[in-house]
Design a binder for this molecule. Structure first.
Ligand code: DC
Length: 220
């Protein structure tokens, strides 16, 4: 039997890197839902969309198509992997992803992607809203200093140098917006398994989730 694995948690807890490898080990499809919100944010920024104007947001969403080619996120057919990871997108993505029109469009698309099961999706509302019936739900946490350092190294590998202080301020601001927004705020699903990744290596995180997944897959 194939299952749906929902991985939620704060930014910089290692969700995406873990989810990607868990999918690879199980032969499942990995979907980075945060990349979809980032792609919409990038589109709004380059198109100078006024996020505060609901009518303009709705109108612009019609000309914004987000797809995956199995590895990368495509915005209107164009690979925007690099463009969606900048500090400018980081600074606006929480505001854009709090917009109900944006969420309803992306959640509908995410649910379609999970219809056949065999998917690992990471995000903020995957276990609570997108797949409330997911067979395995994981909620990842980590200490703020560790999260900021991980994000700094991730940006640095992409050639973007940013201070730990600036990154920490951005993470705190995003945590606050993501967990207090009215529409599907970030919160742990009651039936999610919590994993604190502060002192775990990436391989340890992956192993933990693969073991949990296999025990569900083989028990059925
Ligand atoms: O996982 P990430 O840092 O790439 O996500 C970027 C932003 O997208 C995050 O600050 C909140 C938003 N997001 C969301 O609201 N719901 C999701 N399912 C995934 C991400």
């Amino acid at each position: 039997m194939k299952i749906v694995i929902a991985i939620d948690g704060y930014s910089g807890t290692g969700k995406s890197s873990t989810a990607k490898q868990v999918a690879k080990r199980l032969g499942y499809t990995y979907i980075d839902s945060g990349a979809m919100y980032r792609a919409v944010t990038y589109f709004f920024l380059v198109s100078n969309v006024d996020f505060k104007n609901e009518r303009i947001v709705e109108e612009n969403l019609k000309s914004c198509t987000i797809t995956f080619d199995g590895v990368s996120v495509l915005l209107n057919g164009e690979n925007v992997d690099h463009e969606i990871r900048t500090m400018e997108v980081n600074q606006h993505v929480s505001e854009v992803s709090a917009l109900p029109k944006v969420r309803s469009k992306l959640v509908e698309q995410q649910r379609k992607m999970g219809e056949e099961k065999g998917v690992v999706m990471d995000g903020r509302d995957i276990g609570t809203i997108v797949f409330p019936d997911a067979e395995l739900k994981v909620f990842m946490t980590a200490d703020m200093d560790i999260r900021a350092e991980r994000r700094r190294m991730e940006l640095s590998k992409k050639g973007i140098d940013e201070s730990a202080e600036v990154i920490k301020a951005n993470l705190k601001q995003r945590d606050s917006i993501d967990s207090t927004r009215a529409d599907s705020p970030l919160k742990k699903a009651v039936d999610a398994k919590e994993i604190d990744t502060s002192h775990l290596t990436l391989d340890q995180q992956i192993d933990k989730i693969v073991i949990m997944a296999e025990s569900i897959i083989y028990a059925s």
